[in-house]
Every structure is written in C-alpha cells, then in structure tokens.
Write a protein that binds this ligand. Structure first.
Ligand SMILES: Cc1cc2nc3c(=O)[nH]c(=O)nc-3n(C[C@H](O)[C@H](O)[C@H](O)COP(=O)(O)OP(=O)(O)OC[C@H]3O[C@@H](n4cnc5c(N)ncnc54)[C@H](O)[C@@H]3O)c2cc1C
Length: 402
C-alpha cells in the first residue's frame, strides 16, 4: 500500500489548503470548479488531453439535484439551451403490458413551477464549458495529457494537501491506497447508441422494463434520442457487431407501438455493468468522489447525478472548513458519513428494480402489476418514487428542496 498522508498534517488555516484531483471527468472537473470558487487552489490532472476529454459520445439524464449544483456554480444559464427538457416519463413493464406515467405535477419541490422532470445533457457541451471555466480560473492548474502514475501523485502529495480520486470506476488511486471496496459484476451489460426516431414524444423520456433488462430512450432534441439498452453482456456485444439495418430492426421489434428507429447516429458501444461501493469514501487525506467510490446500474439514469451529489456534499463541507466552522481533519469522516445513506439507498433501489423487473418469473407478475397499478392511481406514490429518483431516497426525510 502507498502511504497516504494523514489528516493531522493539515494546517488549521484553511486558505493554505490545496486539492489535487486525479481525473477530470464530469465529476472531477465540476468539483475542481466548485473548490476554486470557494478560494481553494486546485491541481486537476487527467491522462487524457482536453480534446479526448470532450469527445466522449454520451448523454446524461440530469435531475433536479444536479440542476441545483449547476445553478450554484453558475453553469446552468450557459448549459440550459444545450439541454433537452423532458416533461413526462413513461414507464412500461413490457411483460405485463402495463404503463405508468410521471408528469411535472408529480415532482416534490418547494418551487411548484418546475419546467421539467429532468433534462438530457450531451457530454460535449458540458465538458467544453467546464474546461473553459477551469482554464479561466487563477486558482486551477490544469495538467491534462499527463501520464504521471496516480501512485506518484499519492506519494508526492505532501502534507496540507487533499488528494481526490475522481479517476472513475477502475480508480488506481483507490487500489493503491487499498481503500476497502465491494463490487458485484452484473450479468447484464448495456449497449448505448444515438439514433433518430419517428413517432416518439420529443418531451418524454422512456424506461422500458424488459425481461432481459431495462431500456432507456432519452430525448436529445428534435428526432434524436439516446438509447441505453441493458441485456446479457454477450447479447450486447452481438448487437453492437450487427449491421445497422439489423440493429434498427431489433430495436423496432421492442420500441413502443408507433415509435420507429430510422437511423443510427453514432457507433453503438457495449459496456459491462457493476454495482460497487467503497463503504468509507476516504483514507487519510485521500477522498473518493464519483465512480471512483461507487457505481450503480444505469436504470433510472442515476449514475452521474449520484456522482454530483458527492460533489454537492463535499463542497458544503469544504465551505464549512473555509468559514472556520469545521476543523479540516474531520472533513473526510464527515464526508463519508454524509454520503452513506444516499449511496446505499440508490445502489439498493436500482438493484432491487433490476431483480424485480428483469425476469419472466410468474410469481412476481401479480406484484409487478400491482406496483404499476398503484403508480398509475395514487399520486403520493408517484411523488414518493419521483422524489427518490430526483434527489435520492434519503431526500424523503428532508425538507422540500427548491
Ligand atoms: C455506457 C455508459 C452509459 C452511461 N449512461 C449514463 C446516462 O445516461 N446518464 C448518467 O447520468 N450516467 C450515465 N453513465 C454513467 C456516467 O458516465 C458516469 O456516472 C460518469 O461518467 C462518472 O463520472 P466520473 O467523473 O466519476 O468518472 P469518469 O467519467 O469515468 O472520469 C474519470 C476520469 O479519470 C481519468 N483517469 C482515470 N485514471 C486516471 C489516472 N490514473 N490518472 C489520471 N487520470 C485518470 C479518466 O481519463 C477520466 O477522464 C453511463 C456510463 C456508461 C459506462
């Protein structure tokens, strides 16, 4: 194990503190910006160049918890025109032919004038804006295209410097520091592809529960959509290797009636899925954020929102350190503790959804029909479920968010 600097090495004077963040993905980059806005100096490293960081073909479902963070960091106004709002969410249990809908009125927000249930944001405009803001900040040193091994970053950390592992699911920092980590590989993988659809509602996101796994269809504007299609990993690979007409006809066989896939817009990709969690998101002065510390099934589009709630909670704590309300050495423990309930809640609920819906088990069918029936008929069950998807299951115990 690489020696991790201890928190007792930290000066009590917060202004002198520095953060070294390894990984400039959407989580590391957003955290770097937030810390710089609080007056911390930040070194942000990634082994990829700026061009490669921006060029990932992926779209994220953004919930209200992420909207608030983007607003707080002054990014929302610049991103809003680049996002596609969805005002309804259609949920289908395909084995039972049952459908339930969520609408804006089902949101549980203090501000009842919400304009969308969520938004779909493409990776490119998000990362372009983040890198532009980071480059403009005097407090951020960007070290991109940097092949320095993460182990060296840890060894050279020095005292008075926080190290943040934002280096994604296979985090080297987490491994080298031997942070306890639990992981379970799903048999399901997922295929992602952007395509054109006819007959779909432009302002609706679809979640189709199918026996092989759930499929999300997310609007990207006009007739463009992103599909996140979960199925056994081998089947995902076979589908990505099939010709575009074959893939389109496989999609058309399962899309809702009247919705047709007419053209692929990028190369389909197949990815393994896992459920993983570091029960404690720290070791010494090393903090884990985003997928370096946890990962869940993409059902319900929770992934990035959960990562960004790490950022929100960590920034609330660093603000308290900056104001002198919290001693720096208690930061890691408080951060791990604050994140626990949300992480366990989301990981458990996404896993339960998969187990409940990804099968043909006749014993479960009546319960699934009942669940969809209750969702359709009872408003508070819809509000409860949507609130858990929007702000995490723990939000139900908190005051209404703005
Ligand atoms: C196929 C797929 C589809 C997805 N779809 C959605 C979706 O629709 N909605 C959603 O919300 N989420 C989705 N997700 C999840 C989402 O992509 C992740 O939640 C998000 O990317 C996590 O961000 P991150 O910054 O924590 O990690 P990453 O995005 O993985 O970033 C980690 C960064 O660390 C860098 N790095 C790694 N190792 C090192 C090192 N040793 N030294 C320096 N740098 C290093 C990498 O280059 C990378 O830039 C999807 C994920 C997958 C795989």
């Amino acid at each position: 194990m690489t020696a991790v600097p201890q928190v007792r090495d930290f000066a009590v004077n917060a202004v002198q503190q520095q953060f070294r963040i390894i990984g400039a993905g959407p989580t590391g980059a957003l955290l770097a910006l937030g810390l710089a806005q609080q007056g911390f100096s930040v070194v942000l490293c990634d082994r990829l160049s700026a061009d490669l960081l921006v060029s990932r073909s992926r779209a994220y479902a953004i919930t209200h918890s992420s909207r608030r963070l983007l607003q707080d960091l002054g990014l929302w106004a610049d991103l809003k025109d680049q996002m596609e709002a969805f005002r309804s969410l259609r949920l289908d249990d395909c084995s039972n032919h049952c459908t339930a809908w969520f609408h804006i009125r089902d949101l549980r927000l203090a501000n009842r004038t919400a304009e969308a249930i969520g938004w779909i944001l493409d990776h490119r405009p998000l990362m372009s804006l983040l890198l532009e803001r980071l480059e403009a900040s005097d407090l951020v040193a960007l070290q991109l295209d940097d092949a320095t091994p993460a182990e060296e970053a840890l060894a050279n950390a020095g005292s008075g410097r926080w190290i943040v592992a934002a280096d994604g699911p296979s985090s080297m920092l987490r491994r080298w520091a031997e942070v306890p980590f639990w992981s379970h590989a799903y048999q399901q993988g997922c295929l992602t592809v952007k395509l054109r659809l006819t007959g779909a509602d432009q302002h609706c996101a679809y979640e189709l529960f199918r026996p092989e796994g759930p499929m999300a269809v997310l609007p990207l504007g006009q007739d463009r959509y992103q599909v996140v299609w979960s199925a056994p990993m081998m089947r995902c690979r076979d589908r990505t290797a099939s010709s575009p007409p074959e893939l389109l006809s496989a999609l058309n066989a399962i899309l809702p009636d009247g919705v047709n896939a007419v053209q692929l817009l990028d190369e389909p990709g197949a990815f393994p899925l896992e459920l993983s969690l570091a029960p404690r998101l720290h070791r010494g002065s090393l903090l884990l954020v985003g997928e370096a510390g946890h990962r869940c099934h993409p059902v319900g589009g929770q992934g990035l929102n959960l990562c960004w709630r790490d950022v929100t909670d960590l920034l609330n704590l660093t603000a308290a350190v900056q104001r002198g309300e919290m001693a720096p050495p208690s930061l890691p423990r408080r951060y791990s503790r604050r994140r626990r309930m949300d992480l366990v809640g989301v990981l458990l609920s996404t896993d339960l959804l998969i187990r409940f819906f990804s099968n043909h088990n006749p014993l479960l069918m009546p319960f699934r029909r009942l669940a969809l029936f209750l969702l359709k008929r009872i408003g508070w069950i819809r509000r409860f479920s949507l609130s858990a998807m929007t702000d995490g299951p723990g939000s139900l115990l908190k005051p209404l968010p703005k």
